[in-house]
Design a protein around this ligand. Structure first.
Ligand code: ZN
Length: 162
């Protein structure tokens, strides 16, 4: 699929494409590019500014236990076109269709990533928008997946767990 927008840096550590593609499967990326006219770039700038503040906050409060200079924040899912949501048998009313992102700490152990996510959930307990968490999964005491945190910018408080 032709990428009809040039990638560009939105903040120090985040680029536009991270919010368009995230870690969607190829089919999802393709569908997003096909429907890119539906995306409001101002909303991506807002999401990136927020993600940057969260990344900065993490690095003010944690040091990577894997000896990386900084802990990164990977956007696992940013903007998603409505067509993709419907294709995934979702309602199409997700805030991801407007402005939302899911993210997980990287350049640290899965255990530390899970610890940071739990810390963020507490830190943002009064956040005036949508905030959700996917908790880590375990196998015999070992972390398989650290989970992720979701932020959106709806004009009211919403909380849930995946
Ligand atoms: Zn989400």
């Amino acid at each position: 699929m032709k990428k009809t927008l040039d990638n560009r840096r939105l903040t120090t550590n985040f680029t536009l494409y991270e919010f368009i593609e995230g870690q969607l499967p190829e089919a999802g990326k393709d569908m997003n590019w096909k429907n890119i006219a539906q995306m409001d770039i101002k909303n991506m700038e807002k999401a990136a500014a927020h993600a940057q503040s969260v990344r900065d906050l993490i690095n003010k409060n944690f040091r990577s236990d894997n000896d990386y200079k900084e802990i990164g924040l990977r956007i696992t899912s940013g903007w998603r076109c409505k067509e993709w949501e419907l294709h995934q048998k979702r309602s199409g009313n997700s805030q991801h269709v407007i402005a939302a992102y899911d993210a997980q700490p990287v350049n640290c152990s899965k255990r530390q990533a899970a610890e940071i996510l739990a810390w963020l959930l507490h830190h943002f307990k009064n956040y005036e928008g949508g905030l959700a968490i996917k908790k880590p999964t375990f196998d015999k005491g070992n972390i398989l997946t650290p989970g992720f945190i979701h932020f959106d910018f709806r004009g009211r408080v919403a909380r849930w767990e995946y």
